[in-house]
Design a protein around this ligand. Structure first.
Ligand code: GRF
Length: 191
C-alpha cells in the first residue's frame, strides 16, 4: 500500500511515519506534499529520499492536478500531519474514507478553523483543563470534524506550562499516529 503525507510545517509526525514505514512490508510513504515551499518537512522527505510536491492555493483548489498526481502514484491512504488547509471537494471525492488527520486536542474540544498549533494548547491552559490529548480522525469538508479513529489522553499537572503540554501531546502523536496508519493499512489488505 502507498501513503501520501500532507504537511505544512516542521513535519515531526511525518518524520515518525517515514521512519516507521521504512521498515514495513505493508506500506511505504510514496510522496510528501505541502503548500509551504519553506516547510522543514521537505528536508525531511529528502533525507528519506522520498519525492515531494509543492502546490499553491490555485493548483490545490482550482485544478485536479493534485488528485491526478495521487492517482498516478496509486496512493491508498492520505495522511494529513500538520496540514493547515481545508481539503477541497475533488480530493475528498477521489479518496473517500482514505484521508485522515491528527489534531492535538481531544476533539470535539478545541478544534475547528483557526484552532491549530499553540492556540490549541493555550486555550486548554486558559480553561484550566485537567487533561488534554490527541485525536486521529477521518477528514471531511469541515475542519476537525470527521469520524474519530483514535484518541489518547494525558493529565495536565498544575505546574505544566505551554511547552510541557505541547511536549506531552507531541509524544502521544508520535507514538500513536504510525500505529493507527498501520492498522488502517492492514484493514485495507483484507478487503
Ligand atoms: C501536530 O500537533 C498536529 O496535531 C497538528 O499539527 C502539528 C504538526 O506538527 N495538526 P509536526 O509538523 O508534525 O511537528
Amino acid at each position: 500500500k502507498r501513503i501520501a503525507i500532507f504537511a505544512s510545517g516542521s513535519g515531526s509526525n511525518a518524520q515518525k511515519i517515514m521512519e516507521y514505514f521504512k521498515k514495513s512490508n505493508d506500506a511505504e510513504v510514496a510522496i510528501v506534499l505541502t503548500n509551504n515551499p519553506d516547510a522543514y518537512v521537505l528536508q525531511r522527505a529528502d533525507n528519506f529520499e522520498i519525492p515531494s510536491h509543492v502546490f499553491d492555493r490555485k493548483e490545490f483548489r482550482e485544478t485536479d492536478d493534485v488528485v491526478q498526481l495521487l492517482k498516478n502514484l496509486q496512493i491508498d491512504l492520505i495522511v494529513l500531519a500538520g496540514f493547515l488547509w481545508l481539503v477541497p471537494e475533488n480530493l475528498l471525492k477521489a479518496f473517500p474514507n482514505k484521508i485522515i488527520n491528527i489534531h492535538p486536542s481531544l476533539l470535539p474540544k478545541y478544534g475547528g478553523k483557526g484552532m491549530y498549533g499553540d492556540k490549541v494548547h493555550l486555550a486548554v491552559l486558559e480553561n484550566k483543563e485537567l487533561e488534554s490529548g490527541i485525536t486521529i480522525h477521518f477528514v471531511n469538508e469541515h475542519f476537525d470534524e470527521g469520524e474519530v479513529i483514535q484518541q489518547a489522553r494525558f493529565k495536565i499537572e498544575a505546574t505544566d506550562d505551554l511547552e510541557m503540554i505541547k511536549f506531552k501531546g507531541q509524544q502521544l502523536e508520535h507514538q500513536h499516529f504510525p500505529k493507527v496508519i498501520e492498522g488502517l493499512i492492514k484493514k485495507m489488505k483484507t478487503i
